[in-house]
Design a protein around this ligand. Sequence first.
Ligand SMILES: Cc1cc2nc3c(=O)[nH]c(=O)nc-3n(C[C@H](O)[C@H](O)[C@H](O)COP(=O)(O)O)c2cc1C
Length: 245
Amino acid sequence: MNPTIENMLQHVSVRSFTDQPITPEQKESLIAAAQHGSTTEFVQAFSIIEITDQTLRNKLSDITISSPHVKKADTFYVFVADLHRQANILRANKQSLDSIKNMEALLLSTIDTTIAAQNMAVAAESMGLGICYIGSLRNNIAQVAKLLKLPDFTIPLFGMTVGVPSTKNQLKPRMAPSNQVATNSYNEDQFNDLSEYDQVVKDYYVNRKSNPADTSWTDKNLAIFKEVHRADVAAFLRKQGFSLD
Ligand SMILES: Cc1cc2nc3c(=O)[nH]c(=O)nc-3n(C[C@H](O)[C@H](O)[C@H](O)COP(=O)(O)O)c2cc1C
């Protein structure tokens, strides 16, 4: 196994950071790594907004409710799925915006943005930094867009805190490859045979040092998905110009 993969297999989300700042060179590398990911047809449909203003950080942290580290992490980026440039190009050329309004364009920009973010995450961890994605910005996605002055055809998908870790959680055990990887077709039985994994996850939660809990992976997913979350996201996307068709 090479050092890149070794680092990837040590990934944990980091939610507490020391006061040690990230250097300007490190930040440059993080942005360069994010920008050099693969991107659909070279459209580069994302933007990254660094939040340095502490008042704005506090407001964004309050929106997340669950993520106070947004206030304190050395660096906080918001990853924006962004087809606004394409909208401007189409408008300048008096073309219809239909191609960027539809679901395919929405997926494309979401995918491009996520690839950029994960490139940044891998780069950060390779430098010994810790990261945590902040999807809970979408608790009030319209307010985040307003605070960041986002134009049409943009979506604040998630944030990412970056800093020097002060404490690290234990590694969360992933599914066995047989639960997620198949050849040639979907493997219904293998992918849903989760009893062993449920036990592994239960052991992890029962024994972990912070916030131990008697819960399996299935229990967790039931708790998450038995309720609809963030039902306002679709209305926000429509307001940003997407048709959702
Ligand atoms: C898109 C996305 C959004 C996330 N949002 C949050 C968040 O708002 N707050 C948080 O503390 N962790 C967040 N996480 C971190 C996940 O909870 C974490 O990755 C998961 O529990 C697995 O743990 P690990 O990253 O330590 O392996 C998010 C992760 C992803 C990929």
